[in-house]
Each structure stands twice: as structure tokens, then as C-alpha cells.
Design a protein around this ligand. Structure first.
Ligand code: NAD
Length: 485
């Protein structure tokens, strides 16, 4: 069985306490690794190592040299893309085709992008007075904690670690205790690529202990967190005590709106993708379908027919479309939501599982009809393969339903009316809008949530600057005017 240790100061080490926990394969329920269960002492060591690496050169390194180091890291990640995809698939239960064609190549793209922009972040010159020179410069913050969830651990590692390093920070990466493996592999590959010890540290452990110790550590000025809104609020409260810079990528309950003039085939295909990719365990899942009354039956019949074609099975097989839910605990939560749907909604479609899947946390796809928007299935993030379908009469009602949520992460809509595309893009209160598409993301454009879905942005130059401080400099070359008398 694999033993997963922390990576601190360029070396692998068990938790100081010697404690470890088991990592379970969600598709087989077998124990696949024993993982270091870190406490405050391990976090202290990681922070010391990251601070020493920052002070020892990484923070002050010319940006072009950092770009070269990141390019090399990117090359090593690309060389190991197959290992990374297999590791992710095993640990998360993610179908290997998605890990191979999405998570692993996107990881390389994100490091490549960060390497490319790290020497291109420039300050601004301000015109003031003949004798004065005023400009801004962007500086790294120091030690950045990157706390990540279990649903896309490899990709979210890249989304955070690549810009954090490119900005000149050193990093402590803390994966979810349910998915420790890809972060560990990325940490090892950083060393193989020659990143100096302490530049990227990986500490494993439960959120309430390891994550909490990071959030409250006085020498960690930056926290970049992706996870649930509930835990994000907790982390913000902890970090606020020390006025930390915090980026929060949190939960979502996203509308996916189908108008009667939509390209139906594209809308059905997109709705299936956004509803069931990663077994619905994706923050930007368009899990609230809103469909115009006049085409509701036609759309629903087509969606059900497509859903019936999904292949549920072992994540390691290339033909598998849908794998398991991450843990037994979450599996039970999703089953509770299904029970609620069966009680309070119309069951439109309920898939059955292949008989040979007698182990693993597999949940069959469910589609519910729902008109009572007070129902928890309309409001709460399920993170499972469950879609609800709610009908609307016109555009105004679609917008009202779409915005009737505490969340504001993403929204997608399908229509051929270009005027409506523009109106919808402005009317919906979400950070990411997809018109006639879904889940399209480029490393160059910012990504972040409105309302309870987050604070700050990731990706793009904006995401890089989120890991930096802005300093404003005034230099006087003439007589000083700031005299009291
Ligand atoms: P979670 O909030 O339970 O955990 C996220 C991370 O925080 C984990 O590493 C966990 O160990 C750590 N943690 C837990 N308690 C902590 C504490 N007190 N202090 C510091 N760290 C702590 O989330 P999850 O169940 O791993 O992931 C699912 C959630 O993530 C969903 O709500 C989903 O919407 C969200 N998510 C959001 C985005 C986005 O970009 N907005 C992307 C992916 C996932």
C-alpha cells in the first residue's frame, strides 16, 4: 500500500505525531494509501521552510528566472501526464477519459500560462507633477496557503499553485483528506523539476486540524481557499483575526436555462454534461435546469433519452462516463437528497446501476421535476448526479428564477436570439456566464463567484495579481512641498 507523507523543505516526512489515516478508493472501497495526518507542528515546519525559501531567493528572483523554473516544472508535469491522470482517477473515482483529456492537459496549460505571464505583470506610471515620479509595483506576499477540495484536486492545485509561484510566493498546498494523491505527486514532481526545497510544500491532513492551523498561522499572509461556503466562512473568520488576504472559491447552485428558440440538440448535450460530469460533483454544475414551458416536454424527453445512454462503471475504463461519489459519508448525503426528491418532487427519470457494481459509492442518475422553489433541491448544493427541471413562461421569469439563490457562481443559457444573449449575460448575478455553451474556461480569463460563491478571482492576470500586494511609490526630485509652515 502506498504511504503518503508530507513534503516539507524538499523532503518527505511522516507527521511529527506519527499519526496517519486511510485513503479509500471510492470505486472499490479498498484502502489504497496511508496518509500523514498533520498537526500544528507539521504546519509550523512547513511555514518555516516556505518562509526560508522565500527569503532565500524565490521571492526576490528575477521574474524571468522564475518563468524558466516554472517552464521546467510544466515540462515535467506534461511528461508525467499519464501518471497524474491515473492517480487522479484512482483517488477521486473520476472516469479516466476525463482525467486524461481534461484534468492532466489543463494542468500543464495552467503552469504554461503562469510561466508565460510571470515576467509580464507590470506596474503603472502616474502623471503627477514635474518633480514627482509616481508608480506602482506588484510584489509577492510571502507564504501562500492553498487549501483545496476533493472534486478536482489536480486541476485546482494547478489553478492556485501555478500563479502563486509565478507571483513569487512560496506555497503550502493542503489537499482534502479524501484526495491526497495528486497533490503529493505534484509535490514530488516539483522536486524532480528542480524547484528549490521549500518553494512548494505539501501538508496532508484533516481540514479542521491541518487547514485550521494554516489559516491561523501568523506567518501565512495569503490564503487561497476552494471548498464549501460553510467552511470558507469559517476560514475567513479565522484569517480575519490577522487581516490575511483571502481568495474564496466556494459553492454554487447554478441555473442552466433553455429557451424555446435554443438549438435543442446542443442544449440537451450541454445539460447532460453540466449535470453529470464528475458525477455532478462540480461547483459549476448547472444542476438547476430552467426550461421554457413551450418546449419542456420535448427537451425533457430528449434529456432523459441521453441520460439513459450514460455508462456507469469502473473509473479506470475508457468507456465509463460516470464514476462513484467521493466518500461513503457524501454518498449517504446524496441518497438523502434523492429521498427528498422522491417525496417532494416529480420523479422524471431514475437510472439503474449495473448489477456487477456491488462495491463502491455509485449513485444512479436522477432527474426531478420541481415547481416549488422553496424545496431544498432547488436551493442547496447537492454535489451528486441529480438534476431538477423547473419550467418558466418568459425571459423575466427565467431571470428571476436564475437569481433566486444565495449563490452566484456560474450560469448557462441556450438561445439563438443574440439580443437575449446580451440581456441575460447582464441580468444574471453570477461570476461566470456561459451563453450557448457550458464549462468553457481559458487560463487567460478571470474566474470567480458572486454572492456566497466567493470573493476574489483566479486565473488570468487578475488571478496572478490576487497573489500579490500593490505598492505605490512617490519619488520627489525637486524641493519638498510637504512643509507645515
Ligand atoms: P470543504 O469545504 O469541506 O473542504 C475544502 C478544504 O478545506 C479541504 O482541504 C478541507 O480539508 C479544508 N478544511 C476543512 N475545514 C477547514 C478549516 N476549519 N480550516 C481550514 N481548512 C479546512 O469542501 P469539499 O467538500 O472538499 O469540496 C466541495 C466544495 O467545494 C463544494 O461546495 C464545491 O462547490 C466547492 N468547490 C468550489 C469551486 C469553485 O471554484 N468555486 C471549485 C471546486 C469545489
Amino acid at each position: 500500500m502506498e504511504v503518503i507523507k508530507n513534503i516539507i523543505n524538499g523532503e518527505e516526512a511522516p507527521a511529527v505525531s506519527g499519526e496517519a489515516f486511510e485513503n479509500i478508493n471510492p470505486a472499490t472501497e479498498e484502502v489504497i494509501a496511508e496518509v500523514a495526518s498533520s498537526g500544528a507542528e507539521d504546519v509550523n515546519k512547513a511555514v518555516e521552510s516556505a518562509q526560508a525559501a522565500f527569503d532565500g531567493g524565490w521571492g526576490a528572483m528575477p521574474a524571468a528566472a522564475r518563468a524558466a523554473a516554472l517552464k521546467k516544472f510544466c515540462a515535467v508535469l506534461t511528461e508525467h501526464a499519464e501518471d497524474l491522470a491515473k492517480t487522479e482517477s484512482l483517488d477521486v473515482g473520476k472516469p479516466i477519459k476525463f482525467a486524461t483529456y481534461m484534468d492532466a492537459p489543463l494542468t500543464s496549460m495552467l503552469f504554461d500560462y503562469a510561466a508565460g505571464i510571470c515576467d509580464k505583470v507590470r506596474g503603472t506610471y502616474y502623471q503627477v507633477d514635474d518633480n514627482y515620479l509616481c508608480y506602482t509595483c506588484h510584489e509577492p506576499m510571502g507564504v501562500a496557503a492553498c487549501i483545496i477540495p476533493w472534486n478536482f484536486p489536480l486541476l485546482i492545485t494547478a489553478i492556485k499553485v501555478a500563479p502563486a509561484l509565478a507571483a513569487g510566493n512560496t506555497v503550502i498546498l493542503k489537499p482534502s483528506k479524501d484526495t491526497p494523491m495528486s497533490a503529493n505527486l505534484v509535490g514530488k514532481l516539483a522536486l524532480e523539476a528542480g524547484l528549490p526545497p521549500g518553494v512548494l510544500n505539501v501538508v496532508q491532513g484533516p481540514g479542521r486540524v491541518t487547514g485550521q492551523a494554516l489559516a491561523e498561522h501568523p506567518d501565512v499572509p495569503k490564503i487561497s481557499f476552494t471548498g464549501s461556503t460553510q467552511v470558507g466562512i469559517q476560514v475567513m473568520k479565522t484569517g480575519a483575526e490577522q487581516v490575511k488576504s483571502m481568495t474564496m472559491e466556494l459553492g454554487g447552485k447554478n441555473p442552466n436555462i433553455i429557451f424555446d428558440d435554443a438549438d435543442l440538440e446542443a442544449a440537451v448535450s450541454g445539460s447532460l454534461f453540466t449535470g453529470f460530469i464528475n458525477s455532478g460533483q462540480i461547483c459549476t454544475s448547472g444542476s438547476r435546469i430552467l426550461v421554457q414551458e413551450s418546449i419542456a416536454k420535448e427537451f425533457t424527453d430528449a434529456l432523459v433519452a441521453k441520460a439513459a445512454e450514460l455508462v456507469v462503471g469502473p473509473p479506470s475504463e475508457m468507456t465509463t462516463d460516470q464514476g462513484p461519489i467521493i466518500t461513503e459519508e457524501h454518498y449517504k448525503e446524496v441518497l438523502d437528497f434523492i429521498a427528498l426528491g422522491e417525496k417532494e418532487c416529480e420523479t422524471i427519470y431514475k437510472a439503474s446501476l449495473p448489477e456487477d457494481l456491488d462495491k463502491g459509492f455509485f449513485v444512479p442518475v436522477h432527474i426531478f421535476g420541481l415547481q416549488d422553489t422553496s424545496c431544498a433541491l432547488f436551493r442547496r448544493e447537492v454535489f451528486g448526479p441529480i438534476l431538477t427541471i423547473t419550467t418558466f413562461k418568459d425571459e423575466d421569469e427565467a431571470v428571476a428564477l436564475a437569481n433566486d439563490s444565495m449563490y452566484g457562481l456560474s450560469a448557462s443559457f441556450w438561445t439563438k436570439d443574440f439580443g437575449r444573449v446580451n440581456r441575460m449575460a447582464r441580468a444574471i448575478k453570477s461570476g461566470i456566464i456561459w451563453g450557448n455553451t457550458c464549462h468553457y474556461v481559458t487560463p487567460d480569463a478571470p474566474y470567480g463567484g458572486y454572492k456566497h460563491s466567493g470573493v476574489g478571482v483566479e486565473l488570468g492576470v487578475e488571478g496572478l495579481k490576487d497573489f500579490m500586494k500593490t505598492k505605490t511609490v512617490y519619488l520627489n526630485a525637486g524641493p519638498d512641498k510637504m512643509a507645515l509652515k
